[in-house]
Every structure is written in structure tokens, then in C-alpha cells.
Design a protein around this ligand. Structure first.
Ligand SMILES: *Cc1c(COP(=O)(O)O)cnc(C)c1O
Length: 496
């Protein structure tokens, strides 16, 4: 098998192995790691269609993570995709309203981040062993809510790791806070800071850059790492479910071998849709990659005009995980359409960092034909939830609803009736209030947990364990600190 190495999108340094790229997260020059070539699937669709999710995961990941042994990779997969997921299929498909919803929310925190964050800790600890790292890995994260909990759930109890999460004390929803402060596991630490998300983020960045702290930690047997969404250890596991979905459609007789399908992805950081693009480049028969945005429609404007411009008002929407103005993973696509030219890519990224804007050439734009971008505003999103519920009894969350609404626009505009998979990125139980209000305004008067029960009745779906647990779970983490105390808090947790 051909070895795949990872290059930075911003420099021409020596490429690194997959395990080194996972350990480092980001390249020293600030670039993202990209595979030096995209491997081609070496199993037929018919073969894949007889495999379990875990087996498909192995077939896809072995092609990218070529310095992991079969035994190592299979152990990572086994430890990640187990009964933490409440559906044996791991990522089941549900047919509704003329499309196939790929449910990526059956993991520990009922959102799609679990698909990658349940395996990342195992990939990281394996990578550490392979590279003779003796230190314990300390994951440091600032969160505005969702990623923190998914990372906590992924790293809790994983030997050789500890995780510290900082969240803005008054900046997350009550349910999000409850999810985090009830987190079990001796290696977990959750701290509220008196400040906003930016304060938490800035504080974490400072700690990552603190050379003195790094030295002290090394002496005590620790080193920091990040569970950030640009880590290829998060990107590669996301390719798996597109391959799995295609094979599942084939197994059910819904598509012929080689028949092209479209994929719709509700997009924020551009990680999930980039994984679908990689799947297409591995040879999976995907037609259009439909990029769905909410009112923060930077990506829609980018696909329409070739100009990426973050200078605009940040809109708070009912799909908060897509409220993003800098889609970090887009850099990997820019690098590629610039002809894998790190110098050209760096120029554009410097413009983005400097004046918040860049424009690609017509030549580059011509290579974006695989993509179609559109967006849905708040009314369209709510209408998509209501319509889906009333026509099929299927309840979708706000992020998935953005995708459903955009798919409707695509079909109207392009008259393409290829079979379509919509990435369903969160359980409706994670955004109960917005979902229920979309169905009927009368629900707004009910309290959060009453709404959960009502949704369960309406959708005819049991309340997921992730929600059920936090009703009664005891608070384990009640530490609050000032943003200037973050370093002391870290040292205290590590008993340094
Ligand atoms: C993170 C997230 C997204 C956006 O995914 P990206 O990979 O950042 O584009 C969409 N929906 C939900 C529910 C998410 O948590």
C-alpha cells in the first residue's frame, strides 16, 4: 500500500507521517496538514455493502493513516464505535421527504462531533506511543458549548490523557452547562470562566504558546494537545460515513453500483463537507456537494462570487453550530484549487487574517464545479422543520433543517432528481426549544424538560440517554475562575 504523507498548506517543509500530523494538529507554519495524495478505495461497493460500520471505517482509514498497523487501527475503531452509540448501524439512514437523512447523532452527545471525537482520543494516544512520546497528553479546549462536551465524552476515561475544558460561565445554554458540569471521569476537568467565549479562547491560546509552562509540564510528564476540528484525526473519520451511506443505499437496492448521489451538508467550519469531497475524490460516486449555510452565509457568497469576505455582521441563529464567519477547513480546498501551491494559499490566508477578505482567480473558481452553495434564513429553517413533521412525522433539528431547506432550493433551481443524502448533524433533542417552536408557537410556554417529553411523544422517539442522564445527574465540576487565573487552574489540576 502506498504511504500517504501530510504536507502543510502554507509551507514547503518536509511532509510528516499521519501519526505525526495527528499529534501536532496544526503545522508549525500555521498551515493545515493535507494528504499528499487522496487514496482510491480498494474495495467495491458490493464488498463494502456487506460490511459493518466498523469494517467500512477500517477500509477507509487504513488508506489515509498508513503508518498505523492494522491491529492499532482496528483497536481505535473498536474502542470508538461501540455501545456509546445508541444505534447498531452507528450512522443509520432514514428516508423522509424525498431524501435520505444520514443520522450522525447517535453518539454520546447526540451531535455529529461525536463521529470524530469518539475516535480522536484513541488515534492520539496510539500516535503518541508510535512516536515515543512518554508524556501524558493534556487536551486543552475553550468551548462555546457543543465541542467541549463532545471532547469531554470522547476523552473521559482514556488512559494517558487528561482533558481541561474552559467555558464562559454565562455564555452557554443551561442544558449545555449541565451536560458539561456533570461529566464523569477522573481525567476530566471543567471550569467556568468569568468572561465571554473570546476570553476563554484567548486564554487557551496563550497557554498553548506559553514556553515556560510547556517546559514545566514536560518536567512533570505532561504535554498539551488540541482536539480542534482542523486535526486530520477528526477529518479522516468523517469520510467513513459517506462511504458507509453509499454502500447502505446500494445494499437496500435504492441505487445501482456507480449511480451518482448528491450530498447536502449543513456547514460551519467546512470540515464535514470537505470529508464528503475527499470521499468523492476516493472514487465514491458523488455528483454535487451541496453546501448549506444559515444567515451567516459567507460560503454561499464565496461560491457565488469567488470572494471570501468575513467583514459582516455576525448573526446569532437557531443553528448556532453553524454561526461561523471563518470556515477554517476551507483552507484545504483553497490550497488544492490553487494547484497545491502553498505560497499562493498563504497569500490568500494572510489577506484573510489582515483585512478579512480574499478573492480567488477565475481559474480557481472553475475548479469548484463539484459544489453548489445556498443558504436558508430563520423562517425558511423553521418552515422546513414544520413541513417535514407535518408531511412525514419525522422531526429534524435546526441544522439539518437548514440543509433540507437548501436542498429544496437546489431542486427548484437545478431540476436534478439524483438520489440525495442529507447529513443530519444533530438530534432534535439537542435543540428542543427551537424545534418545538417551529412546529407550534404554543410550546414556547413550556419549560425545557417538559418540552423534551413533548418532543418524544410527537416524534415517537424515546428521549436519548444523553438528555435523560442530565435531568438527575449530580454536578461534579463547580470550579469558576477569572480569565487571569487559567494558568494557575491548569497547574492545580495537574498537581504541579
Ligand atoms: C459542527 C456542526 C456543524 C458544522 O460542521 P462543520 O464541519 O463545522 O462544517 C453542523 N451541525 C452541527 C449540529 C454541528 O455540531
Amino acid at each position: 500500500m502506498k504511504e500517504v504523507l501530510y504536507k502543510s498548506t502554507r509551507g514547503n517543509k518536509e511532509p510528516v507521517t499521519a501519526s505525526e500530523a495527528i499529534l501536532k494538529g496544526l503545522s508549525d507554519d500555521g498551515g493545515l496538514f493535507v494528504p499528499d495524495c487522496i487514496p482510491v478505495l480498494d474495495k467495491t461497493v458490493a464488498q463494502l455493502s456487506r460490511m459493518s460500520y466498523q469494517e467500512v471505517a477500517y477500509e477507509v482509514m487504513k488508506l489515509f493513516l498508513t503508518d498505523f498497523t492494522e491491529e492499532e487501527l482496528k483497536a481505535c475503531i473498536r474502542n470508538a464505535y461501540d455501545d456509546k452509540f445508541d444505534d447498531e448501524a452507528i450512522a443509520p439512514l432514514t428516508e423522509a421527504g424525498g431524501a435520505y437523512y444520514l443520522e450522525l447523532f447517535h453518539g454520546a452527545t447526540i451531535a455529529f462531533k461525536d463521529m470524530a471525537l469518539s475516535i480522536l482520543p484513541h488515534l492520539l494516544t496510539t500516535a503518541a506511543k508510535k512516536n515515543q512520546v512518554k508524556n501524558e497528553i493534556v487536551i486543552l479546549t475553550a468551548t462555546s458549548g457543543d465541542t467541549g462536551k463532545a471532547a469531554l465524552a470522547g476523552f473521559a476515561g482514556v488512559k494517558g490523557t487528561r482533558i481541561i475544558v474552559f467555558y464562559p460561565k454565562n455564555g452557554v445554554s443551561p442544558i449545555q452547562e449541565k451536560q458539561m458540569v456533570t461529566q464523569k471521569g477522573d481525567n476530566t476537568y471543567v471550569v467556568g470562566i468569568t468572561g465571554n467565549f473570546d476570553d476563554a479562547q484567548t486564554g487557551v491560546k496563550k497557554l498553548f504558546g506559553d514556553k515556560e509552562l510547556a517546559k514545566e509540564m514536560d518536567e512533570a510528564g505532561f504535554q498539551f494537545s488540541s482536539a480542534n476540528s482542523i486535526n486530520i484525526g477528526r477529518l479522516v473519520p468523517q469520510i467513513v460515513y459517506y462511504v458507509y451511506a453509499y454502500a447502505a443505499l446500494f445494499a437496500k437496492g435504492r441505487i445501482a453500483e456507480g449511480e451518482k448521489i448528491n450530498v447536502v451538508v449543513p456547514t460551519g467550519n467546512f470540515g464535514n463537507i470537505l470529508a464528503a469531497f475527499y470521499a468523492k475524490n476516493m472514487g465514491l460516486p458523488i455528483g454535487k456537494l451541496i453546501c448549506a449555510s444559515n444567515d451567516n452565509k459567507v460560503l454561499y457568497d464565496f461560491f457565488a462570487t469567488g470572494a471570501y469576505d468575513r467583514n459582516r455582521e455576525f448573526v446569532l441563529t437557531s443553528s448556532p453550530s453553524m454561526d461561523i464567519l471563518i470556515s477554517s477547513n476551507l483552507e484545504r480546498l483553497i490550497y488544492r484549487i490553487a494547484g497545491n501551491d502553498a505560497v499562493k494559499n498563504k497569500e490568500l490566508m494572510d489577506l484573510l487574517a489582515g483585512c478579512g477578505k480574499y478573492e480567488i482567480t477565475e481559474e480557481m473558481q472553475a475548479q469548484l464545479e463539484d459544489f453548489y452553495g445556498n443558504y436558508a434564513n430563520e423562517e425558511e429553517t423553521a418552515a422546513a422543520i414544520k413541513k417535514m413533521y407535518e408531511s412525514c412525522g419525522y422531526v429534524i433539528d435546526t441544522h439539518t433543517a437548514v440543509a433540507a431547506a437548501v436542498y429544496g432550493k437546489y431542486k427548484d433551481a437545478v431540476k436534478d432528481d439524483a438520489k440525495t443524502v442529507i447529513a443530519s448533524t444533530a438530534s432534535p433533542f439537542k435543540f428542543t426549544r427551537s424545534v418545538m417552536n417551529a412546529i407550534d408557537a404554543k410550546y414556547d410556554k413550556m419549560d425545557d424538560f417538559a418540552l423534551v417529553d413533548e418532543l418524544s411523544k410527537l416524534a415517537n422517539v424515546p428521549v436519548p440517554a444523553a438528555i435523560e442522564e442530565i435531568r438527575t445527574a449530580p454536578v461534579i465540576h463547580d470550579r469558576i475562575c477569572d480569565k487571569d487565573e487559567m494558568k494557575a487552574v491548569v497547574k492545580n489540576f495537574l498537581q504541579m
